[in-house]
Design a protein around this ligand. Structure first.
Ligand SMILES: Nc1ncnc2c1ncn2[C@@H]1O[C@H](COP(=O)(O)OP(=O)(O)OP(=O)(O)O)[C@@H](O)[C@H]1O
Length: 132
């Protein structure tokens, strides 16, 4: 058996909590490096942070919505990337089932993306003095 494979097996067996966090951070770095969308989300997040903080002066509930929906987009993008890799690992052939699998995974990101913009609309309406 190859040395690296044996080492990987030992590492996987003796995984500590800190090692789990390290692996998760590695996954996040991989997603940021390889998924161009991730970079767009980060830019959009920063722009809306500036808008909410300096212009709209958002209240606690808006910030809560901002945090939950942003985290949802990042989390679903990780799951989406993971599903894309599983699908590509299983087969690189063009197949209608793989299309459904990948499109559904992308839809998960879209749902949180829509929720993010809805929170921003509420923030804008609140700032304009309209009570919902
Ligand atoms: N093997 C395949 N068979 C059928 N359709 C596919 C296949 N691979 C990709 N697709 C289609 O192309 C789209 C993009 O897939 P791809 O793997 O290139 O992900 P991506 O460009 O990283 O997309 P995303 O923006 O969702 O992260 C999928 O949502 C799907 O509709």
């Amino acid at each position: 058996m190859f040395y690296w494979r044996r080492q990987l097996e030992i590492d996987m067996k003796n995984k500590t909590f800190l090692k789990s966090i390290y692996c998760a951070i590695m996954g996040l770095i991989f997603a940021i490096k390889t998924e161009k969308n991730y970079k767009y989300y980060l830019v959009i997040d920063v722009l809306f942070f500036i808008l909410d903080f300096f212009v709209l002066k958002a209240d606690k509930s808006i910030w809560l919505g901002y945090i939950i929906t942003s985290a949802g987009v990042y989390a679903f993008e990780c799951i989406n990337t993971s599903i894309e890799h599983i699908a590509d690992f299983i087969s690189k052939e063009i197949h209608p089932e793989i299309k459904v699998i990948k499109d559904m995974a992308a839809a998960g990101v879209l749902c949180f993306g829509i929720a993010f913009f809805m929170v921003q609309i509420v923030a804008g309406v609140d700032c304009g003095g309209v009570r919902l």
